[in-house]
Design a protein around this ligand. Structure first.
Ligand SMILES: [Zn+2]
Length: 268
């Protein structure tokens, strides 16, 4: 009891630990349990697995996935690789029936993770693809330098795997529809990521990941430059929109302007 009281008093004036945030912690704002982070950063962490680093973009992972595929091709006669791929295949095949997104809303995280794994199996994802994802994400995360702990890695493995089975559906008219399954966050991502990583990392170990990083280097550097340019262009568009806003341009025109500027700078 004494410890609890002390923690509560100490929490009263504490601010969020995320660099540059400065908002009061959840506890001191009376908005939740966290004594270390604010409400916004607790939610960010739930979605991305890090308090400050956003999720990896598909384009950002692409050079690493290519490199991982090269690595896997070069090692295709390894018995260990074959048996790990088989284990992952069995895990997906043995996960049972995927239920509908509608049924899932009230399920526990472990059940949601089971369904996510079953859906990968239903989508025909081979075990080796999960090794490729684990290698690519591990390589990218390593390349980024220290980002918290294993949690970011596992959440990102889960998100990248999730995408294999839940891409945006296209309607018959060709317009993208809302994804059938909502974006996941929270515990299900941790469980799903851990299940895949736990098996795949037998092959996607530190040595293999270092080799994938080396293979990906030339293309990853090119991709990083493109990304840097994209961010710079995006900042430019944002500045220009703010300028127009200050001039009193209405929201509808602003949206048109924004779309046009984005097209002009090739930002999707
Ligand atoms: Zn914060």
């Amino acid at each position: 009891v004494a410890v609890g009281n002390r923690a509560r008093t100490r929490g009263e004036h504490e601010t969020c630990r995320t660099p540059g945030c400065g908002r009061p912690t959840q506890r001191s704002a009376g908005q939740g349990l966290s004594e270390l982070y604010c409400k916004a950063h607790v939610e960010f962490h739930r979605r991305h697995g890090s308090y400050w680093h956003p999720s990896l973009r598909a384009a950002e992972l692409q050079p690493y996935r290519k490199a991982a595929r090269r690595w896997l091709r070069a090692h295709r006669s390894d018995e260990l690789l074959a048996s790990v791929a088989e284990s992952l295949g069995r895990m997906m095949a043995g996960a049972g029936e995927p239920s509908s997104a509608y049924d899932l809303r009230h399920e526990l995280p472990a059940e949601k993770a089971r369904v996510a794994i079953a859906r990968l199996g239903k989508a025909g994802v081979p075990g080796i693809r999960l090794i490729e994802i684990t290698m690519a994400v591990s390589a990218r995360v390593n390349d980024l330098g220290p980002i918290g702990d294993h949690e970011f890695l596992k959440v990102q493995i889960a998100k990248a795997s999730h995408r294999l089975a839940s891409g945006t559906h296209r309607s018959t008219s060709g317009f993208p529809m809302r994804p059938k399954y909502p974006h996941s966050a929270g515990k299900v991502l941790r469980i799903l990521g851990h299940c895949i990583w736990d098996v795949a990392a037998i092959v996607a170990n530190a040595n293999a990941v270092d080799e994938v990083i080396a293979l990906a280097k030339p293309e990853a550097e090119k991709a990083a430059k493109v990304e840097e340019q994209r961010r710079a262009n995006l900042a430019l568009v944002t500045r220009e929109i703010k300028r127009l806003e200050r001039m009193g341009i209405g929201p509808a025109s602003l949206e048109r302007q924004r779309a046009q500027l984005k097209r002009q700078y090739g930002i999707k």
